[in-house]
Design a protein around this ligand. Structure first.
Ligand code: PGA
Length: 249
């Protein structure tokens, strides 16, 4: 089965009106891509980016969402509000949210449920720490993170989400996992899901994230189970990001 490649740029808490406008305009000037190009601006810029991309094929995604639907939750943004602005994907379970904001599996499940209820697609991030990798627990940690969600939403709902395998030790370190390391985990994720549903496992897109650069992308995209990349710092450098988009296409 051919799964469409995704190249997603997670801008995290970076950028300004000016720099984000420049980034998006440069992407718009690039020739059409075969992969799905996704940008994840900080909340205040979501609308600006949606206006800028207009009817192009670029997709806008959000970096976070509330687990609640509406009401007295100061500072929160609901899934239906994001839906209102044409958002397609939302990151959930990113390691920065897990480690810096104490988001655990239970909370992540609530966010995923909120997104699915509003027709948004979660980009569900999983991945092991260096200590877990060094003690040979990479696959068990990833499976545990998947199982926590699977138990609550069931395998059929997995057809409505994208998985991002992001080893914590590779995020923001400039040391991407090797393409072989990524492939091994991606393949295990797919076989784990296949035990519950072969068709969902075949269809689901599994992205790799963690210090993705254009040079790392060449090998990553040659791997059969790497269906795309979630790019952090390199996505703020438009030339580098466009190179990655070209490699994916
Ligand atoms: P990085 O970030 O590419 O800067 O390592 C990736 C991510 O956090 O999604």
């Amino acid at each position: 089965m051919t799964r469409q490649k995704i190249v997603a740029g997670n801008w995290k808490m970076n950028g300004s009106k000016e720099s984000i406008t420049t980034l998006v305009n440069s992407l718009l000037e690039t020739e059409s891509f075969n992969s799905e190009v996704v940008v994840l601006p900080p909340f205040p810029y979501l609308h600006l980016v949606s206006l800028l991309i207009n009817k192009s094929s670029i997709v806008v995604a959000a970096q976070n969402v509330s687990d609640k639907t509406k009401g007295a939750f100061t500072g929160e943004v609901s899934a239906s509000m994001l839906k209102d602005f044409g958002i397609k994907y939302v990151l959930v379970g990113h390691s920065e949210r897990r480690s810096l904001y104490a988001e655990n599996d239970t909370f992540i499940v609530l966010k995923i449920k909120a997104l699915l209820a509003s027709g948004l697609m979660p980009m569900f991030c999983i991945g092991e720490t260096l200590e877990e990798r060094n003690s040979n627990r990479t696959l068990s940690v990833c499976k545990k993170q998947l199982q926590a969600v699977l138990d609550e939403i069931g395998i059929d709902a997995f057809a409505k989400l994208v998985i991002a395998y992001e080893p914590v030790w590779a995020i923001g370190t400039r040391h991407s996992a090797s393409a072989q390391q990524a492939q091994r985990v991606h393949q295990s994720i797919r076989s784990f899901l296949a035990k519950f549903s072969k068709s969902v496992a075949e269809k689901i897109q599994i992205l790799y994230g963690g210090s993705v650069s254009s040079s790392a992308s060449i090998d990553l995209f040659s791997m059969p189970d790497v269906d795309g990349v979630l790019v952090g710092s390199a996505s703020l450098n438009i030339n580098e990001f466009i190179k990655i988009v070209r490699i994916a296409s």
